[in-house]
Design a protein around this ligand. Structure first.
Ligand code: NAP
Length: 342
């Protein structure tokens, strides 16, 4: 199998390559792609050295699969071109996620949606991904009436430049030197909390990230009228998104039953002994593939509501790990296009 990794030098792309290596992804050849700036750059891949290429008509031919994380405009232009050339694309950008003929897939939640792919499969937004991994077992068991979610999102969710912006600002504050002007975020992120993730489009009072969370959750869970409200907040954390999730269930679910349900759910690890200081933190989740869930408790204001604290590594399960899991499923289920045609 020949696999292209598009955006291979970025925060998600380099994590994709790391996860492929860890999982011994069965690729005979892996070609990293990035912008023209990075063409020729060498990337270590265990016993192999990969050489980064730029995207052009010739360089994209002959792939079985292409894992994309190079931003929406690159995906808009190049994902269909890879698909036309015979590859199945797994795309991390938001560009294709809400298209009707593009399945939006979380490996543990709706793998069956892959069967209908037309050459492009979308990977959900990182905040959506980790929440839905925890919501799905609850939906299946007792039904969900309404969700209210507030996120505390790390800067690596914005990419490599944002990580550098936090580091440079934090150094300046600690060294009492002049603060560099914010370039990635609208305000200083070091030692601050910003209630804006992405942008306010066309006068909307919800951000594009909040709209994505609401729409993608409905699409993945297949519940068109699911009541959900999201507030997305950026915090000065390098890696790991944390979320406070309030769930109103249809049938009764006690915190004990919820703990038991989630303990048996794929991709979830319950960390919930708060009196001993055991609950998920972003630092615990960083580098892990599981979504960590804790602080499971009754909402005292409503007898069918529970509160959960859900933490995940935005670069791994929130992006790279799920993309690689989806790639594995496509291969195992003979859903690659060469295999289909055969
Ligand atoms: N970060 C997350 O937690 C996360 C989670 C889920 C989804 N995503 C999505 O994944 C995508 C990438 O995010 P990221 O955080 O990895 O960003 P990033 O660190 O800024 O990396 C961007 C990558 O895209 C490449 N690139 C830029 N312009 C290109 C072009 N014209 N042609 C080919 N490659 C190009 C860059 O190459 P150069 O190094 O040569 O510039 C780099 O490899 C975005 O769509 C983002 O929304 C991110």
């Amino acid at each position: 199998m020949r696999v292209a990794v598009v955006g291979a030098t970025g925060a998600v792309g380099s994590t994709i390559l790391g996860v492929m290596r860890e999982r011994d992804f069965p690729a005979a050849e892996i070609v990293p792609f990035a912008s023209e700036r990075s063409a020729g750059r060498r990337i270590d891949y265990g016993d192999r050295e990969l050489i980064t290429e730029a995207l052009n008509h010739e360089s994209i031919q002959g792939f079985d699969m292409a894992l994309f994380s190079a931003g929406g405009s690159v995906s808009e232009e190049w994902a269909p071109r890879f698909a036309d050339a015979g590859a199945v694309v797994v795309d991390n950008s938001s560009f294709w996620r809400m298209h009707d003929d593009v399945p939006l897939v979380i490996a543990e939640v709706n793998p069956e949606a892959l069967d209908a792919h037309q050459g492009i499969v979308a990977n959900p937004n990182c905040s959506t991904m980790q929440a839905v991994v925890a919501l799905k077992p609850i939906l299946d068991s007792v039904g969900i009436e309404r969700i209210v979610v507030s996120t505390y999102q790390s800067v690596s969710g914005t990419g490599q430049r944002a990580v550098e912006e936090l580091r440079d600002q934090a150094m300046a504050v600690l060294n009492a030197t002049e603060l560099p002007q914010p370039a990635v975020y609208p305000h200083q992120i070091a030692f601050n909390v910003i209630p804006q993730v992405e942008s306010f489009k066309d006068g909307d009072d919800y951000t594009t990230e909040e709209r994505k969370m609401m729409a993608e959750t409905r699409k993945i869970l297949g519940v068109k009228d699911l009541a959900i409200s999201a507030t997305c907040v950026r915090v000065p954390v390098y890696t790991g998104h944390s979320e406070s999730v309030n769930i109103q269930t249809r049938k009764d679910l006690s915190p004990e039953e919820c703990r038991e349900l989630l303990a048996g759910a794929p991709g979830v690890r319950v960390v919930d002994q708060p009196a001993d200081g055991l609950y998920p933190t972003a630092i615990d989740a960083a580098g892990q593939d599981d979504v960590l869930v804790g602080r499971i408790r009754r909402d005292p204001s409503h007898d069918k509501c529970l509160n959960l604290w859900v933490v995940g590594d935005n670069l791994r399960k929130g992006a790279a790990t799920n993309a690689v899991q989806v790639a594995e499923l496509l291969s195992e289920r003979s859903l690659l296009r060469g295999a289909r045609a055969a």
